[in-house]
Design a protein around this ligand. Structure first.
Ligand code: IYR
Length: 331
């Protein structure tokens, strides 16, 4: 694998491929970032992009985590005091998860987003952008909530963050792609260059494999889950013996969320996965790559129930340090 392959590994898309190749070939001093609205505790969505940051740190990137307090406020996540408190806790959870605190710059949005220069650049972008474009960019982030003026300002601020944090690579889940496209189109109007973007896939709903896993509604796995909670949720997961299940009767696309969790959460963090099986069922299986595990599930060599057991153990190992952190905060 060369630097480009390592940077783009497990990405759903990069915009553009040529830019990502140029970045891979560029010397040190490259900066990448992800922004998170402080809200609740870390869940698998946060962890997926954090995995990419950990990989990029190993690739020599400087990594910035934006704790987007102003964005959370604009998206109705609570009072400023509550959001800042959550931001502190999320930072601790990210470190417990594996982001090296000595090599990660944690920035609170309000540290610079209320400065005059930023606000004037924001107003300049507001002049350049139609309301309908801003609304479309926000649709997947704000959900079904009635669009507000705050929701129209939000994506423009996200675009400006790329300039003010001076990053070369903007990372986010696929739900961020329209905001990033807006950033690429509008930033040249304030003489800033269009950012290269990398989007991570969305994990499917755990029990159906249809639509995306969400922390609001449906089953999600978070840092608050006990080992038993994780085992129970994974046990209920949809896992046919194939990576490409048939669509539903309504034609909805279906994924195998158990395989997705192995691919995007487990293998990026573990060099080897052991599936424990009693000797009478063939004994333990050891996998050094996602592909080998997928092949065995498809051939029937690996039973979904055994795969789920190993998945629950690995997810619990990833979550345990953050869970301890949350518990000691409560004590
Ligand atoms: N829109 C993100 C939060 C966010 C991301 C970035 I990258 C920013 O510069 C600002 C905010 C979310 O949906 O959580």
């Amino acid at each position: 694998m060369d630097a480009y392959d390592r940077i783009t590994r497990n990405a759903a898309e990069v915009v553009t491929d040529e830019e990502a190749r140029a970045l891979a070939d560029a010397p040190d001093g490259k900066r990448a970032y992800v922004g998170y609205e402080p809200s609740g505790v870390l869940h698998v969505g946060h962890m997926l992009t954090a995995n990419k940051l950990i990989e990029l740190q190993d690739e020599g990137f400087e990594v910035v985590v934006l704790l987007a307090d102003v964005h959370a406020y604009l998206n109705g996540k609570g009072t400023f005091a509550e959001i800042r408190d959550t931001a502190t806790r999320m930072q601790e959870q990210f470190v417990a998860y594996g982001l090296d605190p000595d090599r990660t710059e944690f920035v609170l949005g309000s540290e610079y987003q209320l400065d005059e220069e930023y606000v004037l650049d924001l107003h300049s972008l507001e002049l350049e952008t139609s309301l309908s474009r801003a609304e479309r960019a926000m649709a997947e982030i704000a959900g079904d909530d009635t669009a507000t003026v705050a929701h129209a300002v939000y994506p423009l601020m996200q675009a400006l963050d790329i300039v003010y944090l001076d990053v070369d690579l903007a990372i986010g889940g696929m739900e961020q792609r329209k905001v990033h496209m807006l950033a690429r189109d509008t930033l040249p109007s304030i003489d800033a260059s269009a950012p290269t973007c990398l989007h991570t896939p969305l994990i499917a709903d755990l029990t159906t494999g249809v639509g995306k896993m969400s922390s609001s509604g449906g089953l999600s796995i978070s840092m608050e889950d006990s080992g038993a909670d994780i085992a129970k949720k994974v046990e209920k997961a949809y896992c046919p013996p194939t990576a490409d299940p048939d669509p539903t009767d309504n034609g909805e696309e279906r994924e195998n969320p158990v395989l997705q969790l192995f691919e995007y959460h487990v293998f990026p963090r573990f060099s080897e996965v052991v599936v424990e099986r009693p000797d009478q069922y063939g004994g333990n299986l050891t996998y050094g790559s996602y592909d080998a595990l997928e092949t065995d599930l498809e051939s029937g060599e690996l039973h979904p129930a055994d795969a789920k057991g190993a998945l629950a153990t690995c997810l619990n190992d990833l979550i345990a340090p953050g869970r301890e952190r949350i518990r000691s905060d409560h004590d």
